[in-house]
Write a protein of this length. Structure first.
Lengths: 96, 502
């Protein structure tokens, strides 16, 4: 097994993939997320976002004051479609 | 599995009473174990292979944040091993792996395509070859397979309208709940952890090892456990005539294990209850998460979060039985090392602390076996990462709060009162470690201070204080399949058919 340094374990994004994205001129969290796919796995960035931000700041690509995370979206905890379907449709039953 | 060394042992001699099946092996566990602690105790750390490089993966954070301990439980895929309590006869299988686990057919693909694979052109023509290739690829990779058979889980929906909801039952959330309970204000405290985990964490803060003087005996009355808040939304009924005041919606999913639901559900396997909370004031006390530290092979099974390991050990009443190393610098890392060392079996070597900058790489095959440092090598079966904790900002961000980078992660920005956002007719507050790591004692003081401000605001607004309503939908009828008319651009303004009452 080759040595690899992972920055995002959910989507198997390594530090060298991040380097590759940076070498192509990408410097923001959002751009690097689109390029490498980091933060798009099951944890949705809970584990990797801070590590990537630290890495970008360390390299002087972005300042701690200006760095922002990518948009947090629901669901951030597991929920089944069955449970979601148990909600009465507010547009069908507005007076409930 | 029987050949693997045990990595955890019970703190006190207790009969192991729960038997679970893990792949082809029988694993003995104790009722207080989670699946993750039972697997670590048995020395069976690998739960899956990673999606791209097909590397062995196991539980990391041990607290429900990361995505690498997912296993298949009784036919249901993608179940978190770290937050699932063991149950007699549980059938657990690892995902995306082949048995024996060391065998990985995708290595063949790597050997064949040394320069990488151009999947846009490979075997696309003729069509039949493409179909075969798709089928093979689907069977080689992916997150779990679909459940076997029909889902036995029953679902129901409960909607709550009340003055205060607190999310997170850590030190800050509990201190806030106490204020409302003392003042007789209706509130609900929610946390995703189960009762055993909640009680294990009452033993002082996250860095003391069950010091009896630090134990908080008080348990909130309105405590909803095993309930994960998954989203915050603006009022979906905004613009529609509704009796409820316009308020945000906080959506949470509660999983009630078989036999613990209401009597009518005795025959059901389990119940998933979807809660919709419409609070006047929402207090987030979500704490922090444990980020990863980049070093070579930082993904090996057996590499875990230090705080997650400490809390899992306390819950499972277990002791470390193998070589354990803590990675980190500073006071918090030292405290975590000392706390973990106190939870070590006397026969196991002392828990060491290592500076992350000294690490060259981790070594091992299906689990970590050692750490190569710049100057020496360390044997290691559990590597506990004690990086600076990063605030759990996601839900507050989704509610509209601003965040700023604090050196470890993104902490929530609040005003001088403690508010971090307003969503429809609801006010959102943040307290504790999620506004910047402060430690358990300071978080409890902060939670109390914020709760007192919220209580003052509520006492000035009797209408909101009195408004408490719970609506349960126990037997949801299957949703009717009807199409909403779409009439060109006028859709937004066009009245819907008369059945909507508009």
């Amino acid at each position: 097994m080759a040595d690899r340094t992972f920055i995002c374990r959910c989507e198997d994004v390594t530090l060298s993939e991040l380097d590759h994205g940076i070498a192509r001129g990408l410097t923001t969290i959002e751009e690097l997320k689109r390029y490498t796919g980091f933060g798009t796995g099951p944890c949705q960035g809970k584990e990797c976002l801070g590590a990537v931000a630290r890495e970008l700041i360390r390299r002087g690509l972005i300042t701690a004051e200006s760095v922002q995370p990518f948009t947090a979206r629901a669901p951030c905890e597991p929920v089944s479609f069955g449970a979601l379907a148990s909600v009465p449709d507010p547009f069908r039953e507005p007076a409930r | 599995m029987s050949r693997a060394r045990p990595l955890l042992v019970p703190a006190e001699a207790a009969p192991r009473t729960v038997q679970i099946r893990v792949d082809e092996a029988l694993v003995e566990a104790r009722p207080e174990d989670t699946l993750a602690t039972a697997l670590i105790a048995a020395g069976s750390l690998m739960t899956s292979r990673s999606p791209k490089y097909r590397r062995p993966r196991g539980a990391y954070c041990l607290s429900g944040d990361c995505g690498t301990c997912w296993v298949r439980v009784d036919g249901r895929p993608n179940v978190r091993a770290c937050t699932t309590a063991v149950r007699e006869g549980m059938r657990v299988s690892s995902q995306n792996t082949y048995r024996p686990q060391r065998l990985d057919p995708t290595q063949l693909v790597d050997a064949m395509f040394r320069q990488g694979m151009d999947h846009h052109h490979l075997m696309v023509h003729p069509r039949v070859v493409n179909q075969v290739m798709q089928e093979v690829a689907r069977n080689l990779t992916g997150y779990g397979e679909l459940p076997e058979g029909a889902d036995e889980r029953r679902c129901e929906h409960v909607e709550h309208e009340l003055p205060v909801v607190i999310v997170g039952a850590g030190p800050a959330g509990r201190a806030a709940a106490r204020v409302f309970e003392q003042r007789g204000i209706a509130y609900q405290l929610i946390d995703r952890k189960d009762r055993r985990q909640f009680e294990a964490e009452l033993d002082g803060d996250d860095l003391s090892a069950g010091d009896p003087s630090a134990r908080v005996e008080w348990t909130p009355r309105e405590l909803l456990l095993g309930c994960g808040v998954f989203g915050v939304y603006g009022d979906p009924r905004a613009g529609l005539p509704a009796p409820a005041p316009g308020r945000m919606l906080l959506a949470a999913s509660e999983l009630i294990p078989a036999g613990e639901g209401h009597a009518a559900d005795a025959e059901h396997a389990e119940v998933e209850r979807l809660h919709g909370f419409r609070p006047r004031h929402l207090i987030f006390a979500l704490g922090t998460r444990e980020p990863m530290l980049p070093f070579a092979n930082d993904d090996l099974p057996g590499i875990v979060g230090a705080r997650g390991l400490l809390l899992a050990l306390r819950r499972a009443k277990a002791r470390i039985a193998g070589p354990c190393v803590v990675v980190g610098v500073g006071e918090r890392a030292e405290k975590l090392q000392a706390a973990l060392d106190r939870l070590r079996n006397p026969a196991a070597p002392k828990v060491e602390l290592v500076d992350p900058d000294k690490i060259e790489r981790a070594i091992g095959s299906t689990r970590i076996e050692g750490l190569v440092l710049r100057d020496r090598r360390l044997p290691c079966a559990l590597l506990a990462l004690a990086a600076a904790p990063s605030p759990a900002h996601e839900l507050a961000s989704a509610a509209g709060a601003q965040v700023r980078f604090d050196g470890a992660g993104f902490s929530v920005v609040r005003d001088d009162q403690g508010r971090c956002a307003r969503l429809d007719g609801s006010e959102v507050w943040a307290c504790g470690d999620m506004v910047g790591y402060m430690g358990a004692a300071a978080a409890a003081r902060d939670g109390q201070a914020i709760a007192e401000r919220v209580a003052e605001a509520l006492l000035a607004e009797p209408a909101a204080l009195e408004h408490v309503r719970v609506v349960t939908t126990r037997e949801p009828s299957a949703p009717r399949l009807t199409e909403r008319p779409v009439v060109g651009d006028a859709f937004a303004n066009e009245p819907l058919p008369d059945e909507t009452g508009l």
